[in-house]
Design a protein around this ligand. Structure first.
Ligand code: 2RA
Length: 330
């Protein structure tokens, strides 16, 4: 199995490599792919030195699976070229997510829908992945009518320049600005670009991707996405209205048994999910489970995950693993 990591030198690319190692994802040959600027340089991985190759060289090498985290325009141009040589592309950008001909996959939810016809597979947006995973088994049991979500997102979601901005501000230096405003000691109700309807693109991703992953156009979703000066992961306040009533006891049991989710809900002992604890973990953490007493059949929850892990690298590597386990790639 020949595996290519496209965008290997980026923040998410680095996490992809850690996750490949962490999850023991088997490969026989590894291609580390980056821009022409990095090509030719050496990169260490699992005790071996690898020469970084260009996209052209990677296509010529005909990998079996390529995990892309190189931005939307690179994906739009190059994913089809990889697919044309028989490679399965798992793409972390937003380029293919809403393409009706491409699957948007969270393996625990719809990984079984992958078939031999799928050559370009989209990895959902980080803030969407953790929310749908937290809700998927509750949805099976009670049905979902409406979701109201507000996010508190890590600066790592905007890449290295944003992390550098925050750190420079903390050190009292003049940063190269990734955001339109200071981020340290601040909160920006603004992630990605504003759309004509007043929502940001990040908010619309949460709305549209949730419907696509759950294959349900009738779920009502509204989102407010917010950047905060933290690094370990994204946090979300989720208010979900079910079709049926529930007991908190059963909700706890369902969440605790949801694959990839860990219940951390003991407020009396100050136990609840936090980005500091979710950092570098592959799971989604859920807590603060309580009834919304203002209307029937409605639950409040707090959900945290490392956006570079389950929100990006972990989910992508799990999709690749699913392709292997299902025999689509051998
Ligand atoms: C963010 N959703 O956190 C983005 C990253 N894909 O900005």
């Amino acid at each position: 199995m020949k595996l290519a990591i496209v965008g290997a030198t980026g923040l998410v690319g680095g996490q992809m490599l850690k996750v490949v190692e962490d999850l023991n994802f088997h490969f026989d040959e590894l291609l580390l792919v980056a821009s022409a600027r990095s090509a030719g340089k050496q990169m260490e991985f699992m005790g071996k030195s690898h020469t970084i190759v260009t996209l052209e060289q990677a296509v010529e090498a005909r990998p079996d699976i390529a995990i892309f985290s190189a931005g939307g325009s690179t994906s739009l141009e190059w994913a089809p070229k990889f697919a044309a040589v028989g490679c399965r592309v798992v793409d972390n950008s937003s380029a293919w997510r809403m393409d009706p001909g491409k699957k948007l996959v969270v393996p625990e939810i719809n990984g079984d829908e992958l078939t031999a016809e799928d050559y370009i597979i989209a990895n959902p947006n980080c803030s969407t992945i953790q929310m749908v995973l937290a809700l998927c088994d509750l949805r099976k049991r009670y049905g979902i009518k409406r979701i109201v979500v507000s996010t508190y997102q890590s600066v790592t979601g905007s890449g290295k320049k944003a992390v550098d901005q925050m750190m420079a501000e903390r050190a009292g230096e003049t940063p190269d600005m990734a955001y339109p405003h200071k981020i340290d000691l601040n909160v920006l109700p603004h992630i990605d670009v504003f759309q004509e309807n007043g929502y940001t693109k990040e908010e619309m991703k949460m709305i549209l991707e949730t419907k696509k992953i759950f294959n349900d156009e009738n779920i009502a979703v509204t989102a407010t996405t917010v950047r905060i000066p933290t690094m370990g992961g994204h946090s979300e306040s989720i208010n979900v209205e079910f079709n049926e009533d529930f007991t908190l006891e059963e909700v706890r049991e369902i969440v605790a048994n949801t694959a990839g989710v860990i219940l951390e809900d003991d407020p009396q002992n100050n136990v609840y999910p936090m980005p500091l604890n979710a950092h570098n973990k592959n799971e989604v953490f859920v807590g603060r489970l309580r009834r919304d007493e203002s209307q029937p059949n409605t639950l409040n929850m707090w959900c945290v995950a490392d956006n570079l892990r389950k929100g990006a690298a972990t989910n992508a590597v799990q999709i690749a693993q699913k392709l292997v386990d299902s025999g689509i790639v051998s």
